[in-house]
Design a protein around this ligand. Structure first.
Ligand SMILES: [Ca+2]
Ligand SMILES: [Ca+2]
Length: 377
């Protein structure tokens, strides 16, 4: 009797243990499965196509044209057979003049074409739908042009566009078809890394290699509503007296920009050309904000003009003009009976020769004579 009861109890314990083991195994399988699923979701979003809008002209006057280029890129290779998306524009400011499909051809009777512009301009929407006319599709990897739309301005405006409801039809390895969406694009929020490689000359500087100087640089106009903040850029001098420096700005690439450049002892200059020039009697002036800045490297050669001295970095800082406070430091130093301290020399030695004398005074005087004794804005 006792032994029978013992056997029954042991069997019950074994069953309970097996039951617990099964529960744990099920939990384990569930965790493993859910991990796999989340990995897949992540992988899919990494393989998407990201869209960019490139606008040729950032500010347009009435009657002028600007072109929007829609391009896509993906990190991996994606075989695309078709695509669609809606380009939304302000119909009060712009009218579409031309639509070009760059990837494949328009899907007949589905995508808008130049022939169907009246409806497009009435709605303020360009419905782009295109397809690749080969069973293999198009392998999209690096940046790829998709479509371009030419707009004509009805009034002076800054072109801004939204591209929404973007879908791509892709062919998978097993030849099945998948529809994938891409993120909406707002052109006013798009930026590029615009890097400036700059060369400049400082008024009165006797060529000497290996010197460094801090120069403030900022950008305005173009696709910016307000100018950027100043960046302090370290310039180094070469044997030829040319100073070189570089800075990166995250801004929308495009036309109609200007650069403001302000040396540590200098008047700010406004630059609207990649290679501005001037003569000794007629200083360069920005006539129109027309600098075209591209994504990537931009070479700005300012060796055809000078950075004029005179706005010294006094204890109160630079005040944007050459005036009595600046001259007062120079005069005091020149007339001083005792040797002047290093800090004062650093402030007033505008030709970088290690001292303050009549040469520094006449350089500043020259700036006054040329009539460019105030920061250009
Ligand atoms: Ca000053
Ligand atoms: Ca000097």
């Amino acid at each position: 009797m006792i032994s029978k009861l013992k056997v029954k109890r042991t069997i019950r314990i074994v069953f309970i243990l097996i039951f617990i083991a099964i529960i744990f195994a099920l939990i384990g399988i569930y965790i493993l499965l859910s991990k796999n699923v989340s990995k897949k979701t992540k992988a899919t979003s990494n393989e998407g196509i990201s869209i960019a809008l490139q606008i040729s002209k950032q500010v347009v006057k009435k009657g002028e044209e600007t072109t929007v280029l829609v391009s896509g890129s993906s990190r991996g290779q994606i075989r695309v057979i078709g695509y669609l998306g809606t380009l939304i524009f302000d119909k009060n400011k712009f009218q579409v003049k031309d639509i070009q499909y760059k990837l494949g051809v328009v899907s007949k009777d589905l995508g808008n074409e130049t022939a169907s512009l009246s409806a497009v301009n009435e709605l303020g929407k360009v419905y782009l739908q295109g397809e690749i006319q080969s069973a293999q599709g198009h392998i999209l990897s690096g940046p790829t042009d998709i479509a371009s739309v030419v707009f004509i301005a009805s009034e002076e405006a800054r072109p801004q566009f939204n591209f929404t409801n973007i879908k791509f039809y892709r062919i998978n390895i097993d030849n099945s078809l998948t529809e994938t969406s891409s993120d909406d694009v707002d052109s006013s929020k798009q930026t590029n890394t615009v890097s400036l490689k700059m060369k400049l000359k400082l008024q009165g500087f006797v060529p000497k290699a290996g010197k460094t100087v801090s120069v403030k640089v900022k950008l305005g106009g173009g696709g910016l509503i307000t100018p950027t903040a100043y960046q302090t850029v370290l310039f180094s001098s070469g044997q030829d007296g040319v100073w070189t420096g570089a800075a990166n700005f995250d801004i929308p690439a495009g036309e109609n920009y200007y650069v403001l450049i302000k040396g540590g002892k200098h008047i700010q200059r406004k630059i609207c050309d990649l290679n501005p020039t001037e003569t000794g009697v007629k200083p360069y002036h920005c006539s129109a904000e027309k600098l075209n800045l591209v994504a990537g490297e931009n070479n700005i050669d300012l060796t055809g003009i000078l950075q004029f001295t005179g706005d010294l970095n006094l204890s109160t800082g630079q005040d944007g003009g050459v005036n009595s406070a600046d001259f007062s430091l120079i005069n005091k130093a020149i007339n001083s009976k005792i040797p002047i301290d290093a800090a004062t020399i650093e402030q007033g030695d505008v030709n970088f020769d290690g001292g303050i004398d009549s040469q520094d005074f006449s350089l500043m005087n020259k700036t006054m004579e040329l009539g460019i004794n105030k920061d250009e804005e």
